[in-house]
Design a protein around this ligand. Structure first.
Ligand code: AMP
Ligand code: MG
Length: 331
């Protein structure tokens, strides 16, 4: 891991690293973010791996210019536009309908995406050089406080990031205000660095989410939002590894979601399934996480009677994958 001062050469390097699937810790005015190409699911999976969260949570996608908003969201409402024009760049995150191209791994399967145009010149330069939109949660491992200096990041994440760009201490030091613009009236999901009074001066009264502080990485609890987390419509059964191939199948069309090539067994696969998907043929947990949502969608689209998924090993991202499969199985 390298720490660089933000000169022209290092900003370009950081942008190029993100464009090629790397992880870059970058300063924003709120806290340091752990940035990856939002459209590269492998890179996004590495972000979750570095943070060692036991579950996937939706990430904020960062852009470097207002004109890039259409790469991330579908048709922002006039109210959302008004906020962007008045208060961006700044510590304000807007939740808006996502574009289809935005991976489900970034939004945790939600049909919406959280987007922000940061005020920090270093963050904006890196995003601009990357040529993409940058998904970036705070650059701290699960359970640790958010980092406001490059040293915090180095101490907490060390070699789990490819590069840290040192932009000095963060000016705001608290996370961005998160506002859900897909409900009427707009709803405050997380208080943060942007004053609510300034928001309401532009768009009028905003509703508050149910009382209780939103802790680091807590799932969004805006009206109905938890329920809209992606779960297949097809009933999903979660099984222990190894049990899936042996289990007796009823006479129904069943799809199998397997962890690795080994699960297929010597015969090249458990027989009797109408469709089989393998999260990572080589048993690579990062690849498995990157494939998870897309494969759940694929199986869900086949009109099957049931999906049988096997639990993955609990190492690394395995816990987050199992958490997601468990939630899908309980729908
Ligand atoms: P952090 O990246 O640590 O600043 O946290 C991101 C915050 O944004 C969390 O509170 C998330 O729950 C919230 N968030 C991100 N995406 C969405 C979304 N699509 N809908 C609602 N809240 C979101
Ligand atoms: Mg955080």
């Amino acid at each position: 891991m390298e720490i660089l001062k933000p000169d022209d050469a290092s900003l370009m390097r950081a942008g190029a690293l993100i464009a090629s699937g790397g992880l870059v810790a970058l300063p924003t005015e709120t806290v340091y973010g752990l940035g990856a190409d939002a459209f590269n699911t492998l890179a996004v999976a590495r972000v979750f791996e570095a943070k060692a969260r036991p579950s996937f949570d939706p990430l904020i996608v960062h852009i470097s210019a207002l004109s890039d908003i259409d790469r991330v969201v579908r048709k922002p409402s006039p109210l959302a536009r008004a906020l962007m024009e008045a208060l961006w760049p700044g510590p304000l995150t807007l939740v808006l309908p996502k574009r289809d191209e935005m991976p489900d791994l970034v939004t945790s399967g939600l049909p919406t995406v959280a987007v922000r145009l940061p005020a920090h010149a270093v963050a904006r330069a890196i995003i601009a050089w990357s040529g993409t939109a940058v998904a970036a949660p705070s650059a701290n491992p699960f359970g640790y406080i958010s980092p406001t200096t490059a040293e915090h990041v180095a101490r907490m994440l060390g070699d789990r990031v490819d590069l840290i760009v040192d932009g000095g201490p963060c000016r705001v030091g608290v996370e961005s205000t998160v506002l859900d613009m897909t409900v009427e009236p707009p709803c405050l999901l997380r208080p943060g660095g942007m004053d609510l009074g300034m928001i309401e001066a532009i768009i009028g009264p905003v509703s508050r989410k149910a009382p209780g502080p939103m802790r680091e990485g807590e799932q969004p609890a805006g009206p109905g939002q938890l329920d809209s987390h992606y779960a297949p419509r097809t009933p999903l059964r979660l099984m222990a590894r190894g049990d899936l191939a042996q289990a007796r199948k009823p006479s129904a069309r069943i799809g199998a979601l397997l962890f690795e090539g080994l699960s297929l067994g010597a015969s090249g696969g458990p027989s009797g399934f109408a469709a089989t998907r393998v999260l990572s043929p080589s048993g690579d947990m990062v690849e498995a996480a990157a494939s998870l949502f897309a494969m759940m969608h694929e199986l869900d689209g086949l009109g099957l009677d049931e999906i049988w998924a096997e639990r993955v090993p609990e190492t690394g991202l395995g816990a987050a994958i199992n958490d997601r499969l468990f939630k899908a199985s309980r729908k």
